[in-house]
Design a protein around this ligand. Structure first.
Ligand SMILES: [Zn+2]
Ligand SMILES: [Zn+2]
Length: 270
């Protein structure tokens, strides 16, 4: 049994790691096509991002592998395979519930990680990416990775979900994790700056979190940021302002403390 458990954890780690390399690699390539040279000065940062991300792959892979093993062998979790086992309207609703629950968990744990001590301990690694690249999607300290890794394995015990809907949730999670960090906006202006963009988080929103720190904590939706007064609106990318993407330099002490000028002057936050 322990051998099977270990193999499941190992296999899931490999799947998460390869998925990360393929998706981040794909969007890094798209970045090179769309904005040549955008990451040119960030080679060392990218190496670090890949290292932390592969370590996170194991932290995500082990609990997911154990739960997947329990599902296959002991019927653990509420994941079902017969689409008609529940009403069809449950399929999209279950996806929305998973995304809302993940977003809520992420918002509050993320906000907690912006307290000075927690920031230094658990979150400074992620913010060492200034600005982040497509490779930063899983660039987390192990403590932060653990807070993220438990969400889906816990939710599958609580909320019934069809296996294909779970696949959609994981695809959205992966896609947004990568694209929110890649340094440019891939969604059309009409979406980002339109009514949907007032509630959905894309790269323009998360870019501002990486620049100003104590605002825009959400993952998928701007709901909690809006409710709690931490939504600072959309950011702008350096390459939007001019022909060449002269990316801003690190600004030293602020990134280690998680504090910025906006924060000190009452920019909101935990
Ligand atoms: Zn981030
Ligand atoms: Zn943060």
């Amino acid at each position: 049994m322990f051998l099977a458990l270990g193999l499941a954890a190992l296999l899931m780690t490999a799947i998460v790691g390869v998925r990360y390399l393929l998706v981040s690699g794909g969007f890094a390539w798209a970045t090179q096509v769309r904005h040549p040279g955008l990451y040119a000065t960030q080679r060392r940062q990218i190496v670090r991002e890949i290292g932390w991300s592969l370590a996170s792959a194991a932290i995500y892979g082990v609990p997911a592998g154990i739960v997947a093993w329990g599902w296959r062998t002991h019927g653990w979790t509420q994941v079902y395979t017969d689409l008609h086992a529940r009403p069809l309207w449950w399929w999209p609703l279950s996806i929305l519930i998973f995304l809302l629950a993940h977003d809520c968990w992420f918002y509050w744990t993320h906000r907690w990680m912006h307290r000075p001590r927690a920031f230094r301990l658990a979150h400074a690694v992620h913010h060492a990416s200034r600005p982040p690249t497509a490779w930063a999607a899983m660039s987390f300290h192990p403590i932060e990775a653990l807070t993220g890794a438990v969400v889906i394995p816990a939710l599958v015990f609580l909320v019934p979900i069809h296996v294909s809907a779970l696949g959609v949730v994981l695809a959205v999670m992966t896609l947004m994790g990568v694209t929110n960090h890649m340094g440019w906006e891939m969604f059309p202006r009409s979406l980002v700056h339109g009514p949907a963009g007032r509630w959905l988080i894309t790269a323009s929103h998360h870019e501002r979190h990486h620049r100003d720190y104590r605002c825009n904590y959400g993952l998928y939706f701007r709901l909690w940021d809006r409710l709690c007064g931490t939504d600072a609106g959309l950011g702008r990318f350096a390459h939007d302002a001019g022909p060449h993407p002269a990316r801003p330099a690190r600004d030293g002490i602020a990134d280690r403390r998680g504090l910025t000028g906006a924060d000190r002057s009452g920019g909101g936050g935990a």
